[in-house]
Design a protein around this ligand. Sequence first.
Ligand code: ZN
Length: 236
Amino acid sequence: MTCELLFRDDAYLKSCAARVVALSERGIELDRTVFYPRGGGQPGDTGGLRRADGVEVRIVDARQGEGAATVVHVPEPGAPALAVGDLVTAELDWERRYAHMRIHTALHVLSCVVAAPVTGGNIAADKGRLDFDIEMSRLDAERIERDLNALLERDGVTETVWITDAELDAQPELVKTMSVQPPRGAGRVRLLKIPGIDLQPCGGTHVRHLAEIGRIKVLRLRSEGKRNKRVEIGFA
Ligand SMILES: [Zn+2]
């Protein structure tokens, strides 16, 4: 069941009114949502769905459903049942999501500080990491931390840009993350643009101003294999 993905246009929406359109063993589908479904290394959102009578269903995860624009809201075991047609207020655990937005956006900047192909990544509320195809000897924690914070201090403003599949095909250098190919088939691809710093396909949620991220520290560097040198960062 197609769902209007409100976080795509406004990552700062903390809640929305919605209608339950489908129920399954996997969870609850709504006609619109602020919940980001797990993907691209970013965890699914948690929060609650509250009925008009005050009954709240705790949501412990959000996953993509059958189609691209579908979100399954996973209820806590034993949560009160909802029915198709119920009107609810969908509300995020905002502090957790906002932390994901800050770490996620910091990783975009990190991918420009380390000049190597990205082979993987992951985001949590207190830290995040990217894996690079690079020699371990070329990674310097102090240098990465200094360059990363220097870019964050410039306080650029992030923008969402859409291009066609054909335009992306003509610029393959935009796809930095080898393990995560941008979603295709809808005819257009969403990009995150940080003017002067980064431009790459991404369907995740980002902060508007780089200054919102605050200072970042490199938590550790570690080899995870020949083509995976891991850089882990967190809030300083
Ligand atoms: Zn992103």
